[in-house]
Design a protein around this ligand. Sequence first.
Ligand code: ZN
Length: 445
Amino acid sequence: MTQFDLVVRAARAITPAGERARSIGVQGGRITAVEPMQARLDADLIVETGPDEVLLPGLVDTHVHVNEPGRTQWEGFETATLAAAAGGITTILDMPLNSIPATVDVCALQVKKDAAAGKCHVDVGFWGGAVPGNEDQLRDLHDAGVFGFKCFLLPSGVEEFPHLSASELEHHLQVLREFDALMIVHAEDGATIEHAPSPSGGAYEAFLRSRPRAAENVAIAQLIEAARSFRARVHLVHLSSSDAVAMLRSARSEGVRITVETCPHYLSFAAETILDGATEFKCCPPIREADNREALWSALSSGVIDCVVSDHSPCVAELKRLDVGDFGLAWGGIASVQIALPAIWTQARARGHSLVDVAAWMAQGPARIAGLRRKGTVEVGYDADFCVLAPEETFTVDAVKLQHRNPITPYAGQRLHGVVRSTWLRGRRIQAGEPCGQFLTRGES
Ligand SMILES: [Zn+2]
């Protein structure tokens, strides 16, 4: 009889076939058996989930700004990965910007790996950056294992990560086409925003008018046409404007290779209820109106939006300018990696969705888009990454108790469903102070 390292017995396990009662056998950090729950699998350690618990695949968050090195006071690998683990996430992909140096060449990638070494409580992979003039670095970064390349179509907010013009985007896409690498894109149009009213002051409504839906719509239309022309593989990050759903749907039906993510904040909050001066809600593109939120939920249900990832992008408290509450001055970015799962589950269950849907959006979907071949699913051959969730237990978000470095989040004070009881990485329960995360390389993980 096979002796497993670990067997997890779960009356409710989220598998690709749906929710099932399963016994899951783990050897060498991989899932090697998924059997009916009554199967007698023998193991060194047998764990049985509680009557109020559900076993999910460890979540995959492909949009996290860790900011280390360079802006480590904003966030760092230790705190970001502890927060991820506390939120049921077992894999993060780190964005190439806000750290210094930005990950725009192999040397910078190595600097980042050196900074992260020994600090990670979850598995970590890296996106490269596509910036003007680094075309000849893309192939080397690809070969070094980045999962794709991030670019901006308007100023990114940090000077060391300049944006691509329309012609530079086309040129970069042509280069990436040679090795079929993925380009992930922040799509807002700078000219549209220049012509929009200024965001200064405390009124959320003024900030929203300064980043109109039109800015996203124009840039997404450009991106679709560039992807079509160059037969490129592109991924749209943090979709907020629901106006763009129709053109994304039609582009996809025509075979344009574009995938789409949105974020928990666009699916949770509504502009109408954001208080003036509440700059913890500032992000770009912005959180829009309630009708926009409901249209994003429809797009997620119908599959035009592929996945939900956090876009965890914290900064030091002073830069949020809560002292003056000015949306023009505040840094844009929402800290939420630890809250993403309960935030989405709270909204999803109220709309009749199941945890099977949530796992598809937050584990399987992002893993598929990033090309993580052993992550995001409870299935034989995959890494034994699990999240044990008590879906009906509620809690109130206390920003100070969250694990990320700076205790600011727009979810503070919210009552949410879904308490993460434990998180397992390659067959081991994640414990604070025992960082056992590994670096992930495209194609190998
Ligand atoms: Zn981001």
